[in-house]
Design a protein around this ligand. Structure first.
Ligand SMILES: Cc1cc2nc3c(=O)[nH]c(=O)nc-3n(C[C@H](O)[C@H](O)[C@H](O)COP(=O)(O)OP(=O)(O)OC[C@H]3O[C@@H](n4cnc5c(N)ncnc54)[C@H](O)[C@@H]3O)c2cc1C
Length: 423
């Protein structure tokens, strides 16, 4: 039996019936989480995912504590923990120019009192998409969405694995098709892009020597580099190396393929990772690098189409916010759709909420990038003022790891971080 409000399709929207209340384009963490949460609430959900088996695309594998809290609100936390998740309680952070203290205990020091959660991305996608199907969503794999016609009753055109064309109409289309979203174009959304700054490379390794009981973040502001390692289950570790693209190569200088492991290691070591960490490291997945510049759609709802996850806003992977933002989008859209029978209003409310959440993350990560990763002279001058004050009073730092978008990000917070609140 359907629960309200899905049992009552508002008569003003259309006459007749639709097979699905909503159709989700893309079964990544954003789309699958939303499908899971809404199917559990009784909605008729269709998920269209082009991959028949998920592969390692070198994506996010470390979920911040505030993202774990979102997973909990979606009812996904236990599932992720039980099926391949690796909880990590400690966070070790080193910034060149600052004294390094003992690792932070995330459970003791974050408002949600939760550890971070790491997982291998393709395994996590499989777990969440299967959970959505088990909750009642209709999941079509190997299906490529080829177009969406927005409107009061949006229409989706797909190519099936057998090469046939099919169409679906629905009440709401949710574009969850990732950082190269085609839904953005089909919906006529305006896309904003920051200038390219960081290039982010990732490698999956076995036998990597970083401590397995903590996440390790090492930032080298003078060199504009960072090394980040997230231990996963079964002795695996996802390591990222990112560098500030001072020369403006816009991602043309790429790390790709197994032969680039030596460059990946050299860059990570230059950023501050001990060389012995690589002594027994074996590459067990692809190496790939990506331009890190944020790109986003302001107000990601219009004309029967909502965007979530990277399709709505792809944030600089250097700061590992994407998974948490994707879960936040799924939670927020689920809540709004369940609370309001008028989905036009509900989706507009979601879009406004999304802009607030993502805007805060963009502001905060922009400050962190300037202060801890930008090697250019203007940033050096800002650091000379800010770092001694942060050392004297660590509460000046913005608690991005613990609070994410809930951390204060107004002008007063910025001035405190940059030490501009003192004469
Ligand atoms: C190098 C790197 C490191 C990162 N590290 C972190 C990290 O440590 N922590 C973190 O939180 N985030 C990180 N991120 C970001 C994180 O990976 C993304 O934010 C997250 O995966 C977004 O999920 P999504 O569901 O929106 O998109 P995706 O995971 O891209 O899912 C989109 C899905 O849509 C499907 N699809 C696309 N087009 C179509 C179509 N036409 N028809 C049918 N299906 C389609 C795709 O097959 C895919 O399954 C990182 C990103 C990168 C690039």
């Amino acid at each position: 039996m359907l629960t309200r409000p899905f049992a009552q399709v508002p008569a003003w929207r259309w006459r007749g019936s639709v097979r699905h209340d909503l159709a989700v384009v893309g079964g990544g963490i954003a789309g699958a989480s939303l499908a899971y949460a809404l199917a559990r609430a009784g909605a008729k959900v269709l998920v269209l995912e082009r991959e028949t088996a998920f592969r390692d695309r070198v994506r996010g594998e470390q979920l911040h504590c505030w993202g774990v809290a979102e997973a909990r609100l979606l009812g996904l936390h236990e599932l992720l923990r039980a099926q391949g998740g690796h909880e990590v309680r400690l966070w070790s952070s080193r910034v060149g120019g600052l004294p390094s203290g003992s690792p932070r205990d995330l459970v003791d020091t974050t408002p949600h009192r939760l550890p971070a959660l790491n997982f291998h991305h393709p395994e996590m996608q499989e777990v969440v998409l299967q959970a959505a199907e088990a909750a009642g969503a209709e999941v079509r794999r190997g299906v490529v969405v080829q177009g969406v016609t927005p409107g009061q009753r949006p229409l989706i055109r797909v190519r099936t694995p057998g090469g046939a064309n099919e169409e679906f109409d629905t009440r709401l289309v949710v574009g969850a098709d990732g950082r190269n979203s085609a839904c953005r174009g089909w919906g006529g959304f305006q896309v904003h892009r920051e200038p390219d700054r960081m290039i982010v490379a990732g490698a999956l390794m076995h036998g990597y020597g970083a401590p397995t009981d903590r996440i390790t973040s090492i930032m080298d502001p003078a060199g504009g580099r960072l090394s980040f390692s997230a231990p996963l289950s079964r002795g695996r570790c996802r390591s990222y190396f990112a560098w500030f693209d001072v020369a403006g190569s816009h991602g043309r200088r790429r790390l790709a393929g197994p032969r680039s492991l030596a460059d990946f290691a050299a860059g990570s070591i230059a950023a501050g990772a001990p060389s012995e960490w690589f002594a027994s490291a074996e590459l067990i997945g692809p190496i790939a690098s990506f331009p890190g510049a944020d790109n986003w759609v302001p107000n990601p709802y219009r004309d029967g189409m909502a965007l979530i996850g990277d399709a709505a806003a792809s944030s600089d992977p250097s700061f590992g916010a994407g998974l948490s933002l994707a879960l936040g989008d799924a939670r927020s859209l689920r809540d709004r759709l369940l609370a309001n029978e008028d989905w036009e209003v509900a989706a507009r409310e979601y879009a406004a909420e999304h802009d607030g959440r993502y805007g805060a993350v963009r502001r905060i990560t922009g400050w962190i990038r300037t202060l801890f990763l930008d090697p250019r002279p203007e940033a050096v001058a800002l650091r000379a003022r800010a770092l001694p004050r942060i050392v004297a009073d660590p509460s000046r730092r913005v608690d991005y790891v613990g609070l994410g978008p809930l951390a204060p990000s107004d002008d007063a917070a910025r001035r405190r971080l940059f030490g501009e609140d003192e004469g």
